[in-house]
Design a protein around this ligand. Sequence first.
Ligand SMILES: *[C@@H]1O[C@H](CO)[C@@H](O)[C@H](O)[C@H]1NC(C)=O
Ligand SMILES: *[C@@H]1O[C@H](CO)[C@@H](O)[C@H](O)[C@H]1NC(C)=O
Ligand SMILES: *[C@@H]1O[C@H](CO)[C@@H](O)[C@H](O)[C@H]1NC(C)=O
Ligand SMILES: *[C@@H]1O[C@H](CO)[C@@H](O)[C@H](O)[C@H]1NC(C)=O
Length: 270
Amino acid sequence: MYAFAKLLSALSLLAVANAFYVPKARANTPPANRPTGGSICSTTAFLVETVIPADINDNGGEPFPPSPITTYPTYTALSVGTQNYTCGDDGAWTGSGAITYLYDISCLPLDHHQPFTSFIAALWDAAPPTVTAADIVALTEQVNPGVGYGIHYWIPDPVNATSGNIYAKWDFSQSERMENDTNKANAYLVAGESANVPAPNDPSVNSNWLVEPVLVINGKKAGQLADQVFRINSNGGQAPNTTCTPGTDLQVKSTLDFLFYGGAWADTIF
Ligand SMILES: *[C@@H]1O[C@H](CO)[C@@H](O)[C@H](O)[C@H]1NC(C)=O
Ligand SMILES: *[C@@H]1O[C@H](CO)[C@@H](O)[C@H](O)[C@H]1NC(C)=O
Ligand SMILES: *[C@@H]1O[C@H](CO)[C@@H](O)[C@H](O)[C@H]1NC(C)=O
Ligand SMILES: *[C@@H]1O[C@H](CO)[C@@H](O)[C@H](O)[C@H]1NC(C)=O
């Protein structure tokens, strides 16, 4: 990590990042009654419809809805990590989960999210094997401090342990942002999928774009962090289109964005 950070400063890459991606000055402050838990910067200029290609549903899959469940996202996160695959008995890779680190990008204008995410993807892809996704997030925190949200991973089916299905989970409960929040224990969510389409660019390499609604188990939402998540701006993450040896595992680097809608912190939007 240290050597890689030194290499980066030698190349002035962080200075480049600073020059191109200076966070917007905070226009307003969060509501006084909710000092913790929400986005650092305002999200009321973030209309995701404006950055989703108009032909997003033209290449098959389960179609994207015309708009999210609320106008503005509660959170916008950069995700850096790996998607995991296991080789099935048929010799094809099957998704077996992911571990990624999440980072608040609300201080960048929405139309900068895609190029910023590709910029971080290039750093992550070029990093030597000793550099972890957490190191990449630590580096980006040097550009924009105090913005770690938490982690994203997949869990076994919480309803039916023998179904073999896995579900996406996001957990902000340990983040510094939630430190004094009385509801922090519920700052997570487990979601299913309602939309799943090929990435607009290079879909054999970049993972699918998704819409993921909170899972409801016996009438109760599985977490209060959000009611709906959009997964967009994917870089990498797809398994290679090759046959594999049954039982082997593979980790593929993945850098993308999540937008979180609704949830118990929706009243912090400013
Ligand atoms: C996914 O891969 C990571 C290494 O990148 C590993 O730490 C993690 O345990 C794996 N998770 C699953 C569910 O396979
Ligand atoms: C759980 O999943 C298994 C495997 O798909 C299925 O056979 C079983 O019926 C499911 N159980 C319930 C309660 O849905
Ligand atoms: C939590 O409260 C403590 C004590 O008032 C304060 O020092 C700290 O900055 C607060 N943390 C956050 C993230 O607001
Ligand atoms: C994978 O490769 C096969 C054979 O080359 C091809 O028919 C198929 O369309 C490819 N699938 C994807 C998702 O690229």
